[in-house]
Design a protein around this ligand. Structure first.
Ligand code: B12
Ligand code: SF4
Ligand code: SF4
Length: 314
């Protein structure tokens, strides 16, 4: 097989493994390295110190795996549409966390894709990444032709929308790269920027994570200041507002039919009062295999307290 035929075969196998889209990016210096430097210098990463430590690799992904030539980039939709959580007090949870932790599901499928690449190209080396790791995932997805980086900073695929997980396999296999997705289909729209409840976008394409509810409820360690608690509003884990209002999700995206991404009721609308009353063992039994494990018992109780204060102030 030549590099173009190998690319077609790998895409066929990726589809059979349940990936919704796949593309190949040549590994080059990140075209937006300067934006990353500016973003870090402005302090927008907050307490996510690892983003400073990983900056050199994010700016030049060839440094992650020196022998790698291309990134095989996958998208997997987890879109479910908004579900009314019913009687309050229940907090809202970002859709990506309505199911078993995606790192586990996607990690397993990416390993299978790595094995498929090694079958198609015997002797090839592969390394798989999802979320964790110094990989500029949105940048690589755009370069692999999978969509554009939108004003809300999300990677939007024209058919799937932005409720997608990105996965990456770096490899030294000789595969023909796809063309980058060069169009910007946001146009004059700015719904996401105007809808953000905490004004977290100082300008289009730039997110001040310190003001983002997703950062506050998932990444922030320790207690909330009164201002931070007020910003969280009704969101007990993550936030989807800047995606919920996007026409590319509202009009075009289809709900995922993937059985491994079937929503679990206790994640879609957790009972906040029960969350505050449960002990740590009960929390671990109920939520140990879910994204709630990242903020953990203490973090989720902190979030629940802030939401209850918002929806039913004492
Ligand atoms: C740190 C992080 C966060 C932080 C910061 C987010 C941010 N916007 O930077 C916080 C905790 C806030 C966060 C929140 C969320 N995250 Co997050 N997060 C990451 C992580 C680990 C690194 C992102 C990063 O490097 N940020 C720093 C900024 C500067 O880099 P960047 O976003 O990649 O931006 C690049 C481009 O935008 C480009 N660029 C800059 N300016 C410009 C201008 C133009 C015109 C263009 C074209 C490009 C461009 O340069 C940047 C540097 O390369 C990635 C996984 C990964 N390894 O990449 C997941 C990831 C980005 N997150 C993801 C998700 C799902 C979310 C949430 C939706 C979760 C939720 N519902 O609560 C929210 C969305 C909030 C939002 N609007 O971004 C997905 C996004 C999938 C997608 N389709 O885009 C990723 C890819 C994880 C994954 N594997 O699926 N996240
Ligand atoms: S995830 Fe929520 S808080 Fe964060 S930028 Fe989007 S709308 Fe704003
Ligand atoms: S809401 Fe509008 S500006 Fe924001 S990401 Fe979607 S299309 Fe782009």
């Amino acid at each position: 097989m030549n590099p173009v035929e190998r690319r077609a075969e790998i895409k066929r196998r990726a589809a059979a493994l349940g990936f919704d889209a796949v593309g190949i990016a040549a590994l080059e210096r990140n075209a937006h390295a300067a934006e990353l430097d500016r973003w870090l210098a402005a302090g927008y990463a907050g307490e996510m110190r690892y983003l400073h430590r990983q900056a050199d690799k994010r700016k030049d992904p060839r440094r992650i795996m020196p022998e790698a030539k291309v990134a095989v980039v996958t998208l997997m939709s987890y879109f479910h549409r908004w579900v009314d959580p019913g009687a309050m007090p229940r907090g809202r949870v970002a859709q990506y966390a309505w199911t078993t932790d995606y790192h586990e599901v996607l990690g397993r499928r990416l390993k299978a894709l790595g094995a498929a690449i090694r079958e198609v190209v015997p002797g090839a080396a592969t390394r798989t990444y999802v979320d964790a790791g110094p990989v500029p995932e949105r940048e690589l997805a755009q370069r692999a032709g999978l969509g554009w980086i939108a004003k809300n900073t999300m990677l939007i695929h024209p058919r799937l929308g932005s409720f997608t997980f990105i996965g990456v396999v770096l490899t030294d296999a000789a595969l023909a790269p796809d063309l980058p997705f060069d169009a910007d289909r946001c146009g004059t729209c700015r719904r996401c920027l105007d809808a953000c409840p905490t004004a977290a976008f100082p300008e289009p394409h730039v997110l001040d994570a310190r003001r983002c509810i997703s950062y506050l409820t998932i990444e922030h360690r320790g207690e909330f200041s009164p201002d931070q608690a007020a910003m969280v509003g009704e969101w007990v884990f993550g936030c989807d507002v800047c995606q919920d209002v996007c026409p590319w999700n509202v009009k075009f995206a289809q709900a995922s039919a993937d059985p491994e991404f079937t929503p679990r009721a206790e994640l879609v609308a957790p009972d906040l009062v029960a969350l505050l009353e449960m002990d740590e063992d009960t929390f671990t039994r109920g939520y140990g295999d879910t994204p709630f494990e990242r903020p953990g018992y203490a973090g989720m109780r902190r979030n629940a307290t802030a939401v209850l204060q918002h929806v039913a102030p004492a």
